[in-house]
Ligand binder design. Structure first.
Ligand SMILES: [Zn+2]
Length: 348
């Protein structure tokens, strides 16, 4: 499955109706953003995130850690947790493994992630090793908090996932996976990848980890990827992915098609009467031309982002459908090769 990113309880440019029409079975929401605004207690009071945003399908929430490390100011990491200042109003907060679990229980997401330590890459081995140790300690605390809450308040219909770290060191990745397996999570994520290292290295690390994780539990590679890479990750045992790329690129006039990327602001599309992607069956491609999309972007109309996002998300979800079909018929490797070839040959 591929999860469109709905940072602040909305996938930018798409209504929940549109997401349902596109067949999005699960979206990702960001704990950091929702904790700061409107606040997890308000969302709990209003019936949880599903009720608040009127979304029936599944929601995965991240732990907030990644955003604390990438967005907030004055962050200070200790064994207790990470202290930071809000990027919105400068207020000071402490995010601990317990707090991250508590916020996500209040949000009532279907899948909650444990707090992990995200490090800058490329990382020296000793830094990666220290972050791995802290990530395991934090995962243990988050698991204990979650299970205590379940035994006190009943099963909230939430799954808690652990996150494997270890940068680009294969042995550290294996060590992290083995330690998390002892905590018996219903699903496992692979974090800290696709952050600048070569695609081959991302694939290699993913393969190291999935070789150890149980096949019958979901394995989630966080923050990937480009359309032509999705099948590569699935071929290495990955079941779940999320990425801002289809939605963010759409807002920047970059459209993904079965023949490669279309940068729709380009002058060559001024009189182009074809749909964005002649092979796409989405409602945007059935109705509008490239020339019209180009005009909307040139004029700065918000409809431009809405239509482009609709198509791009459909394109990603279609690829996932094709991947599932390729698995069924046993030709995933061929499919991955063809997908990459089309992208290299396609229009820029
Ligand atoms: Zn389309």
């Amino acid at each position: 499955m591929f999860m469109p990113v709905g940072t602040a309880a909305t996938v930018k440019g798409l209504t929940q109706d549109a997401l349902e029409e596109l067949g999005a079975g699960i979206i990702l929401a960001n704990t950091y953003h929702l904790y700061l605004r409107p606040g997890h207690e308000l969302i709990r009071k209003l019936g949880g995130l599903h009720a608040f945003m009127a979304w029936r399908n599944a929601i995965l929430t991240d732990s907030g850690g990644y955003q604390v490390f990438s967005l907030s100011e004055l962050r200070k990491i200790t064994d207790e947790g990470v202290r930071f200042r809000s990027h919105l109003d400068g207020s000071e907060h402490l995010l601990t493994p317990e707090k991250a679990a508590e916020i996500q229980l209040a949000l009532g997401s279907d899948i909650a992630m444990v707090l992990d330590e995200c490090i800058e890459t490329p990382a020296p081995r000793d830094v990666a090793q220290a972050a791995l140790k802290r990530t395991t300690d934090w995962a243990r605390r988050a698991r204990r908090y979650f299970l205590d809450s379940v035994s006190r308040n009943g099963n909230p219909q939430q799954w808690q996932f652990g996150i494997v770290q270890g940068a680009t060191f294969a042995d550290l990745r294996r060590e992290s996976a083995r330690q998390l397996l002892e905590l018996d999570f219903p699903g496992y994520a692979v974090g800290g990848l696709a952050v600048g290292e070569p695609h081959e290295v991302t694939c290699e690390m993913a393969a190291e980890v999935t070789a150890l994780l149980p096949k019958e539990r979901p394995r989630y590679l966080m923050g990937v990827g480009r359309p032509e890479q999705l099948a590569d990750y699935v071929a290495r045992g990955i079941d779940m992915m999320d990425c801002v790329l289809p939605t963010r690129a759409a807002r920047h006039a970059c459209l993904y098609t079965s023949e490669g990327r279309v940068l729709i602001k380009n002058a060559r599309y001024i009189e182009d009467q074809r749909p964005i992607d002649p092979n796409c069956k989405c409602s945007v491609c059935r109705r509008y031309t490239r020339a019209y999309l180009r005009h909307l972007f040139a004029a700065g109309e918000i409809t431009a982002a809405i239509l482009a996002t609709h198509h791009n998300v459909r394109f990603y979800l279609d690829i996932m459908g094709q991947i599932r079909e390729a698995i069924t018929f046993g030709h995933l490797a061929n499919f991955a090769t063809e997908l990459r070839a089309r992208y290299v040959a396609g229009p820029a």
